[in-house]
Write a protein that binds this ligand. Structure first.
Ligand SMILES: NC(=O)c1ccc[n+]([C@@H]2O[C@H](COP(=O)([O-])OP(=O)(O)OC[C@H]3O[C@@H](n4cnc5c(N)ncnc54)[C@H](OP(=O)(O)O)[C@@H]3O)[C@@H](O)[C@H]2O)c1
Length: 177
């Protein structure tokens, strides 16, 4: 049976643990090849990749690799995308998941300039750098939207998989990047 993401290639940033790990595993279970990005936890990133490579559907081929890259650093982001393309070919999916939270949940008064700068570097600039790199490597749709483009999103939101997406406005418009 063909899987829905068969033949697709994904980069998931911050995939060594937490939400990113689950995204990487889920995309792989649906057939995608995955680049597991991390910034410091090489061991946990490698475990995610080996879990994917040991999936029954993997056969003999490599389905996941790890790539250390700080998403806040333009040259490292470029290397991440180059590695994905070099290993798996054309890229289809980029998940901007990498992010840092201060577990102490500080108030504004307790937040230092350094902490503020670093959070914005990773959470905002990181997403921008990866999105820009993805756009540079992607092909525009070059078509207008059709009525059929909307129905699958409605079905997803109504399904169990969409259970945690409520009260949101989702643009179904091909994206403006
Ligand atoms: N958990 C929540 O309740 C929650 C709620 C709302 C939004 N979010 C957002 O969802 C995302 C994931 O959250 P999480 O709780 O799963 O986080 P997490 O468990 O702390 O994991 C963070 C991931 O991001 C990676 N990372 C951190 N800095 C990076 C950098 N500069 N470059 C590349 N990778 C980097 C980490 O890699 P290493 O392991 O190598 O450090 C790790 O894989 C974050 O963007 C977070 O802001 C989370």
């Amino acid at each position: 049976m063909t899987m829905p993401l068969e033949g697709r290639v994904a980069i998931v940033t911050g995939a060594s643990r937490g939400i990113g790990r689950e995204i990487a595993l889920h995309l792989a279970e649906k057939g995608a090849k995955v680049v597991v990005n991390y910034s410091s936890n090489q061991g946990t990133a490698e475990k995610v990749a080996s879990t994917i490579n040991n999936l029954a559907s993997s056969g003999d081929g490599v389905r996941a690799i790890v790539c250390k890259a700080d998403v806040a650093e333009p040259s490292q982001v470029a290397q991440l995308f180059d590695m994905a393309e070099h290993t798996f070919g054309r890229l289809h999916i980029v998940v901007n998941n990498a992010g840092i939270l201060d577990s102490k949940n500080p108030t504004i008064a307790q937040t230092s300039d350094e902490d503020w700068d670093r959070i914005f570097q990773v959470n905002c600039k990181g997403a921008f750098l990866c999105s820009r790199e993805a756009v540079a490597k992607s092909n525009p749709f070059e078509r207008l939207g059709k009525v059929e483009d909307v129905a699958p999103v409605v079905a997803f939101l109504a399904s169990d998989q969409g259970e945690w997406v409520n009260g949101q406005v989702i643009g179904v418009n091909g994206g403006r990047v």
